[in-house]
Design a protein around this ligand. Structure first.
Ligand code: PLP
Length: 416
């Protein structure tokens, strides 16, 4: 790293509170704010650390068109998990797209095969994670390149629900890969790569050890196959510090360890982070609706909840919460539970948080919300999804996704 490199992480405290308050005032809340300038910085940091490797963006972390365009322009390729993601990536201008098919529905295969035929200029690779997906593609006369998603038997991640490398759902069992590779080639397909993904949120020593083990196993497999490969992709999962006191990942060290573990390869080594590209480029703004002292804690009811940001309810994930009140420094602190408006006990964005004594109409900022935030939003409890505003990095702000309305909720029900 040189002194000109962008900072490794943008903390919630680094966002300008007055600027965020203005955005909440102008666009209302709940509101996602995405800074494309920071997305570019994250891409630059990845490109610097993984200078000899191929870096794709796992678009599932954030598929907002404006973000995809930024990532494409900054030079990454797209890794997609569904036909919808492939279409979004193509629409945003990506010309190299990997489609990693997870138990693909027929419609997904139909769509991707048709897209491959209609757009030969797009460098599309389909990565299969089950042998019978090969038959399904052959039935559709798919003639493009293929890769195999391997289940390496080694997983890692911030929560059991995102540890994939040892989950039988994902990938072809390690020992069966050589036979499937032979079959792919015998059936006339171009086998271009191998792929594996340990899990999401790789951060601590244990996770990094698992990542190295996965890469080493994949390196061995690539060398043992009787076929030449173009690439060996060892997945995404690079973690970000959600806790303010957590250190950022040492990206150079992870890159070095990845290279070392892979060993000598004829194929290009690649990674496909999602979260790392977008997490700290986003914050979620939410307004306090109610402040309720209870014997246990002060319950602060805000207008964003598990339908806006699912990660705390789904993964017990920690997101830093900061009051943007202009007199926050003058208020004494309380211990608070920050809860959403959804009728579920799990609808809590933060527990035991020390916050300047909250008042109704205060605005809170929730950090590291750029990855798997808007993307996992839903309309449960008939709550319209929030808007997303994009900061273009030069001071311009624009709406990237409109706020849903109550009538959007019933639009697909037609006239009844
Ligand atoms: N690649 C694959 C196959 C994945 O399933 C995922 C996440 O689910 C990713 C990459 C991206 O993970 P992350 O956003 O943690 O980098």
């Amino acid at each position: 790293m040189t002194t000109e490199d962008p900072p490794p992480i943008r903390r919630l405290a680094d966002w300008d509170p007055a600027g965020l308050r203005d955005l909440a005032e102008t666009y209302d809340t709940p509101l996602y704010v995405l800074d494309q300038g920071r997305v570019r910085e994250n891409v630059a940091n990845l490109q610097t650390a993984f200078h000899d490797e191929h870096v794709s963006y796992a678009v599932k972390a954030n598929t907002v068109r404006r973000t995809l365009e930024t990532v494409e322009d900054a030079g990454l390729d797209a890794e997609c998990a569904s036909a919808g993601e492939v279409q979004r990536a193509v629409d945003a201008g990506f010309s190299t797209v990997r489609y990693t098919a997870v138990n693909p529905p027929s419609e997904d295969l139909d769509h991707v095969v048709a897209l491959h035929e209609a757009h030969p200029e797009i460098d599309l690779v389909v990565t299969i994670g089950a042998a019978d997906t090969l038959d399904a593609l052959a039935e559709r006369d798919y003639a493009g390149p293929l890769a195999i998603r391997v289940n390496p038997g080694v997983g890692a991640g911030h929560h059991a629900k995102v540890t994939t490398g040892d989950a039988p759902k994902f990938g072809v069992p390690y020992d069966r890969v050589p036979d499937l590779a032979d079959e792919i080639v015998e059936r006339g397909y171009d086998l271009v790569g191998l792929h594996a993904h340990a899990g999401s949120g790789i951060h601590g020593e244990d996770d990094l050890a698992a990542h190295r083990e996965l890469v080493a196993r994949m390196g061995d497999l690539a060398r043992d196959l009787d076929h030449d490969l173009d690439f060996l992709n060892v997945g995404g999962g690079l973690g970000v510090p959600y806790h303010p006191e957590q250190d950022p990942l040492d990206l150079d060290a992870v890159a070095e360890a990845t290279r070392d573990a892979a060993g000598d390869l004829d194929a290009q080594l690649g990674i496909e982070p999602g979260r790392y590209v977008v997490a700290d480029a986003g914050v979620l703004l939410t307004t306090v609706n109610t402040v309720k002292p209870t014997p246990e804690t002060t319950v602060v009811g805000v207008d964003a909840g598990m339908t806006t940001l699912l990660r705390p309810a789904m993964y017990d994930a920690y997101h830093e919460i900061r009051s943007l009140a202009d007199d926050a420094d003058d208020r004494d602190e309380v211990t608070a539970m920050v809860a959403g408006p959804i009728c579920e006990t799990a609808d809590v964005l933060g527990r035991d948080r020390r916050l300047p004594r909250p008042e109704c109409r205060d605005v809170f900022a929730i950090g590291n919300a750029g990855a798997y935030g808007y993307e996992m939003a839903s309309t449960y409890n008939s709550r319209p999804r929030p808007a997303v505003v994009s900061l273009d990095g030069t001071g311009e702000t624009s709406v990237a996704v409109e706020r849903e309305t109550l009538s959007d909720l019933t639009r697909l029900e037609g006239q009844q």
